[in-house]
Ligand binder design. Structure first.
Ligand code: GLY
Length: 315
């Protein structure tokens, strides 16, 4: 039994491993671990108190995937429901004929299942940072922000490479050998309203298959969407690569992406036997793991695979 997570999952990994030790499923462990990150007001990249979009709306994305059945559920651009991972899980378990709901539809579903709703999702401190960035995003900051205000240029100006994206990833294997992957995020700070990242897209930010392994991504979701990164890692394992070879190849695939906005990418991956690896395009990044026989989690440095950034260039 093992749980691995992105570095910000340290707050939830102890609970996740305890659930596994108590006989719970990988899915129970992943959901419980991620909920603690979603509730953490100091994490501005996931759940409650995340950075909002350019017009000040906090829109959450999340997905969960069951490696046994390849079933999955996801929600995207969902406001007012902090535990996006639980709504994603219910999307899967209530057996709707759908995998992903976005925006008003996701909120309607969350209400229908009685998910916890918080009308206030951001502290004044986070709102103040947003206000400042909004003012910097336009030469004419006296311009009112309404439904018809053009946002294309504001989004480009307000995009802050240092504050772009983070996310939480969890992957667990339970005593039955079943794998589950969960991903949750508030997405790209100051994003265009309605922008979805890789986190709710199965195959981009999240993929699990008991027969081979699992992968989850953080970083610039647009890249993982374009390269199907999480699925690629699992597919490369299916083709016979080790988890390290598979993750390295999927990171290298990102170097083929053209365009102006190539930034940071990170992933964690685990094979069906619990061998794991973390990768990043930046040095000094960590991920966290804990097995059932460890009394505490440990951080491990991610392997660096260079993806030359060309942020905002006209390449
Ligand atoms: N990786 C999270 C996002 O791009 O939204």
């Amino acid at each position: 039994m093992i749980v691995i997570a992105s570095h910000n999952g340290d707050i939830g990994i102890g609970k996740a491993i305890q659930i596994l030790k108590d006989g719970g499923t990988a899915m129970d462990a992943v959901e419980a671990g991620i909920r603690l990150v979603e509730a953490n007001p100091d994490d501005h990249t996931v759940g409650y108190n995340g950075w909002p979009n350019i017009i000040g709306g906090l829109e959450l994305d999340a997905s969960i995937m069951d490696g046994k059945s390849l079933n999955s559920g996801a929600v995207a651009a969902m406001k007012r429901f902090p535990y996006a991972i639980s709504v994603a899980r219910q999307m899967m378990e209530r057996k709707l004929p759908h995998v992903l709901l976005a925006g008003n539809g996701a909120e309607r579903f969350a209400r229908e299942i009685g998910a916890e709703q918080w009308d206030e999702m951001m502290t004044d401190e986070v709102k103040a940072v947003w206000q400042k960035r909004l003012a910097q995003s336009s030469a004419d900051s006296s311009q009112p922000l309404d439904d018809d205000t053009p946002l294309q240029d504001r989004v480009k100006i307000a995009t802050d490479p240092e504050r772009v994206t983070s996310t939480v990833n969890f992957i667990a294997i339970d005593k039955y050998g079943d794998m589950c992957t969960g991903v949750s995020t508030s997405g790209w700070a100051w994003k265009y309203p309605g922008r979805l990242g890789d986190s709710p897209i199965i195959g981009a930010g999240n993929y699990a298959d008991n027969r081979y392994g699992a992968c989850a991504c953080t970083g610039m979701g647009e890249m993982a969407i374009r390269a199907s990164t999480a699925h690629s890692v699992v597919f490369y394992m299916k083709m016979g690569m080790s988890v390290t070879e598979a993750a390295t190849q999927a990171m290298k695939d990102l170097c083929d992406l053209g365009g102006d906005y190539i930034g940071r990418m990170n992933l964690i991956a685990m094979d069906k036997n619990g061998e794991h690896i973390g990768m990043s395009s930046s040095a000094g990044r960590e991920y966290v793991y804990q097995t059932a026989d460890m009394s505490n989690h440990e951080f491990l440095e991610r392997t660096v695979v260079d993806i030359p950034a060309r942020w905002g260039s006209s390449a």
